[in-house]
Design a protein around this ligand. Structure first.
Ligand code: TPP
Ligand code: MG
Length: 659
């Protein structure tokens, strides 16, 4: 006899209680409250095949309420994914176990995205749903036809990013996005009455979502709501009325179950009340068998999908797009054309020129901007907008939603088949930073096209002029920050940015062409390289990035005029330079005292951190204050960043230090 839904759900409850109890750490309340709803989803609706977590046309499931990680670990184990094993679950939250505190996409196939920072899972799901519709537009129902399901808590719906994500999803009419809201009216501090009186349902309706309700503790009723949601052409919010920690007789319904082990006595009482085996980490035979059968439910669909793929005639194209192979074959012909007709351009414009070549060569790219299209130069000529009526478009008007845009791009990148890039002003990476951090943590290949990268943006003034941004982004592990100095470097950096999450910092103002010939090697790939060698005995090495390389070159000429030999090193990417072999780094920045060769850095931003490259006794030229509202040349002059002022500072410094 098939076990009841409640018995299936109780297997989740038992594993969640036991794992948290054993680790003496974790969150039992959410998995226990949503166990029945998750059972309905996984046994009746979700299209998946536990034997192949990477089946491209699987439904995506995102546990946005990532603190309830035991819910997804239990589901993956019960449905028969290779990992986590029961032993992995016994080692919940321990060093080296894939059952990390919060679900990590790089630990377990089946965990689509890393969640835990509340709100971002749902916002990434929006990107996944966009990617699905976009690929559907190009490959059809035969190959791409799936849903994106999310479990989100009160916290996910309170976060600011939720407003951005919900607005975007409603606008793009992402009908295959279905969010199950764990409406347990509890957060860590206690009742949601402490902090919320908004009408969550009305807010979603106002954003053009479909909303329905169910008893989240009744799998049958949840299933009915899921059917209703699937039928509606709008994105859906299913309000699942639940009780946090359901089954724990003395603690359920309270925040005491949110984030701590229930305690031995309470777990025993819960087992007795729920009719669960008193032995920890056990799943009754018939219950496990039924769960495992659910894990194979999708096998037939999967096999038919494979047949359709084989018969489609587009198998190679589809798989290579899905695998994310991106070639930089566009670069060399592009550079040849560029070098034949060099003129001063802003690097944001140079980025647009390179993107024209990239978008023509790589069909997987989807561009966009958070309402600064004309400033970020992110839209190329042939890109049509991606809209609710044309999912085949390759340009997204994200609106003024920097965080929502960045999170959606993470979702698109992790869905596969799409290489997203999107723009705003560099200063507003602050608004997107939590998602940039998740790009880095998840190694999601997102390209952030961040323009107006310094005081060089001029008149908009200090609120818009980045100061600490470059260095703070460089401090983030796993992220590559590129600040190209001219059009050639911009193209090289864009070519490099295709394998890791990256930020391109681009100018508003025109820059002179500095690189006038191309080499077989992508010089920016080294992170830093010698752009000009000292004409006489080398006394100074000036390291500069982006728009300041031009200033460094002009200052170096002045030094040479005074008989001081000066190298100029362009350093478009510190992370890449740091990864070079020792002898290369030694050649560019020889490890000698600053009395022998003075090292100087010039960047129109904080000097914080530049001692990494100039040493404690080097000279750091930058801006350790907020900027000024003025035309760009006046700002540069006022803040001391002109060739004359830089040359004087260097010679004064040399005199003072007796160099
Ligand atoms: C951005 C962010 N802020 C704060 C937290 C810490 N935190 C984890 S769960 C939680 C409460 C969430 O409440 P809810 O979503 O209702 O979850 P429930 O207590 O119902 O499981 C908080 C504040 C977090 N994980 N992410
Ligand atoms: Mg809650």
């Amino acid at each position: 006899m098939q076990p009841t839904d409640r018995r299936l759900a109780n297997a989740i409850r038992a594993l969640a209680m036991d794992a948290v109890e054993t680790a003496n750490s974790g969150h039992p309340g959410m998995p226990m409250g949503m166990a029945d709803a998750a059972t309905a989803l996984f046994t009746r609706h979700l299209k998946f095949d536990a034997s192949d977590p990477n089946w491209p046309d699987r439904d995506r499931f995102i546990l946005s309420a990532g603190h309830g990680s035991m819910l997804i670990y239990a589901l993956l184990y019960l449905t028969g994914y290779e990992r986590p094993t029961l032993d992995d679950i016994k080692r919940f939250r321990q060093l080296g176990s894939p059952t990390a505190g919060h679900p990590e996409n790089f630990e377990l196939p089946g965990v689509e995205v890393t969640t835990g920072p509340l709100g971002q899972g749902l916002a990434m799901a929006v990107g996944m749903a966009i990617a699905e519709r976009h690929l559907n537009a190009s490959y059809g129902d035969e190959l791409v036809d799936h849903h994106t399901y999310v479990i989100a808590g009160d916290g996910c719906l309170m976060e600011g990013v939720n407003h951005e994500a919900v607005g975007l999803a409603g606008h793009l009419r992402l009908g295959r996005l279905i969010v199950m809201w764990d409406d347990n009216q509890i957060t860590i501090d206690g009742s949601t009455d402490l902090s919320r009186n908004e009408d969550v349902v009305a807010r979603h309706q106002a954003a053009q979502w479909h909303v329905c309700e169910c008893d989240g503790l009744d799998a049958e009723d949840v299933s009915r709501a899921l059917d209703e949601a699937k039928r509606d052409p709008r994105p859906s919010l299913i309000r699942c009325k639940t009780i946090i920690g359901y089954g724990a007789p003395n603690k359920q319904g309270t925040s005491a179950t949110h984030g701590a082990a229930l305690g031995k006595d309470e777990v025993e009482a819960a087992r007795a009340g729920l009719g669960i085996d008193p032995v920890e980490f056990t799943v009754p035979e018939d219950v496990l068998t039924a769960w495992r059968a659910s894990g194979k439910r999708g096998a037939v669909d999967h096999a038919q999908w494979k047949e359709r793929l084989d018969a489609s005639g587009r198998k190679v194209e589809f798989l290579s797009q899905l695998n994310g192979q991106v070639s930089d074959a566009w670069l060399r012909p592009y550079l040849d054309r560029l070098l034949a007709d060099l003129k001063p351009v802003a690097t944001r414009k140079a980025s647009e020129m390179a993107l024209e070549a990239i978008n023509a060569a790589i069909p997987a790219t989807i561009g966009g901007s958070a309402d600064l299209t004309g400033s970020n130069n992110t839209k190329t000529k042939t890109q049509e907008p991606l809209t609710a009526d044309n999912y085949g478009g390759r340009y997204i008007y994200y609106g003024i939603r920097e965080f929502g845009m960045a999170a959606a791009m993470n979702g698109m990148a992790l869905h596969g088949g799409v290489v997203p890039y999107g723009g705003t002003f560099l200063v507003f990476t602050d608004y997107a930073r939590p998602a940039i951090r998740l790009s880095a943590l998840q190694q999601a290949r997102v390209v952030y096209v961040m323009t107006h990268d310094s005081i060089g943006l001029g008149e908009d003034g200090p609120t818009h002029q980045p100061i600490e941004h470059l260095q703070s982004l460089r401090a983030m592990p796993g992220l590559e920050v590129y600040r190209p100095a001219d059009a050639v470097e911009t193209a090289e950096c864009l070519a490099l940015s295709s394998d890791k999450p990256s930020v391109l910092a681009l100018t508003r103002q025109n820059l002179k062409p500095l690189r006038t010939e191309a080499f077989d090697e992508n010089l920016c790939g080294r992170g830093a390289y010698r752009l000009k060698s000292a004409g006489t005995a080398r006394k100074v090495i000036i390291i500069a990035t982006g728009s300041e390389v031009e200033i460094a070159l002009a200052a170096a000429e002045k030094l040479e005029g005074q008989g001081i030999g000066a190298d100029v090193v362009s350093m478009p990417c510190t992370e890449r330079f740091d990864a070079q072999p020792w002898d290369y780094r030694e050649d560019i920045l020889p490890d000698v005292s600053n009395r022998e060769i003075l090292r100087v850095s010039i960047e129109a931003g904080t000097t914080f951190g530049w001692e990494r490259y100039v040493g404690l006794h080097g000279l750091k030229i930058g801006i350790d204050r907020f900027g000024v509202s003025s035309p760009a040349p006046d700002a540069y002059d006022y803040l001391g960043l002109t060739p004359d002022k830089v040359a004087v500072r260097i010679t004064d410094f040399m005199k003072q230090r007796g160099i």
